[in-house]
Design a protein around this ligand. Structure first.
Ligand SMILES: Cc1ncc(C[n+]2csc(CCOP(=O)(O)OP(=O)(O)O)c2C)c(N)n1
Length: 297
């Protein structure tokens, strides 16, 4: 196991899931890595001038172009004859899934040799919890508030891992801070592969989601146990589920622990439960079929 390459003393909120994603990521990569991180909670709280929590080379990039900078850094290393240093574009769901997505798509399409990692706290947390493309259906946020005529966010979460596969990415995976070994194994595997690799990590946010800061790991684990967040790997276009409980727990257990879902009525919870059941079944069928998603998406 590598040293801890995120030092304590950073200013993330108590119970922040995103800093754990960074910590586990670096445990997997070791020191031979350059991180290009977009503006967001984690950037602000881990690098308050003149201090930094990052014990590896780290660049703060504008909100929208962490991936473009990572591609440039990789090209500069290549010009120096350095083929060993891993370059990672690291950003929140706002940075990667939404505003920076053009650059993500460009890198994927060119198959640039970088890793892209999203830490997904399912909102624009740094600016006060606005809805992002990764915010789940039914969640109340500053820009998808629930009320008399609204249940919160009205559409489903954007599926960037599948969009990455549709670009032909050779390695795509989802991960969770509640399953650190699985998370680190996936990053290690991604490091052994050339081309654009995409990993999406689920990172609960006590402030934005409305739960006690002692419950971060419990919530992250429940997301996986209920099927609200599915752990998988797509290698060379082949889908594989990485966590298969004999039975999924009811999603209500997960939703009821968070203020952002507290307004949901039984029928809305049922819509979410049905959606999970359907997705779970179809992903099983996909895995059994052995279909190569790179050829059909
Ligand atoms: C072009 C641009 N628009 C808006 C902002 C304001 N802004 C800074 S961080 C942020 C939200 C970041 O959200 P996300 O990427 O999800 O990371 P998180 O804060 O949740 O960790 C926004 C909107 C900005 N810095 N630049």
């Amino acid at each position: 196991m590598n040293d801890d390459l995120i030092s304590p003393g950073h200013r993330t909120c108590a119970g922040c899931g995103s800093i754990l994603a960074a910590r586990h990521m670096l445990k997997a990569t070791g020191r031979d890595v350059i991180i290009c991180e977009s503006t967001g909670c984690l950037e602000v709280t881990s690098t308050q001038y003149p201090l930094t929590s990052w014990k590896v080379p780290w660049i703060h990039v504008l909100f929208e172009n962490a991936v473009s900078v990572a591609v440039g850094v990789k090209a500069a290393l290549w010009a120096q004859g350095n083929e060993h240093t891993q370059v990672i574009a690291f950003g929140g769901d706002g940075g990667i899934v939404d505003i920076g997505f053009g650059a993500v798509s460009g890198a994927l399409e060119r198959n640039d040799d970088i890793m892209i990692i999203t830490y997904d706290n399912e909102a624009y947390a740094n600016t006060g919890i606005q809805r992002s493309g990764a915010t789940p259906f039914g969640a109340s946020t500053g820009t998808s508030p629930h009320g008399k005529v609204s249940i919160g966010k009205k559409v489903w979460k954007k599926n960037v891992p599948m969009i990455a596969v549709a670009h032909g990415a050779g390695y795509v995976a989802s991960a969770s801070i509640a399953y650190p070994k699985d998370l680190q194994d996936k990053i290690k595997k991604a490091m052994s592969i050339k081309g654009t690799r995409y990993i999406h990590i689920h990172t609960p946010c006590p402030v934005g989601w409305g739960f006690d800061s002692s419950k971060t790991i419990e919530i992250a684990r429940l997301a996986v146990q209920t099927g609200m967040w599915i752990l998988f790997e797509i290698e060379d276009g082949k889908f594989k589920k990485m966590f298969r409980p004999t039975e999924l727990m009811p999603v209500e257990n997960y939703l009821r622990m968070q203020k952002r879902f507290e307004h949901l009525k039984e029928e809305e919870i049922k819509i979410i439960q049905d959606h999970i059941n359907q997705t779970w079944k179809e992903l099983d069928n996909l895995e059994k079929s052995g279909v190569n998603l790179r050829t059909i998406l």
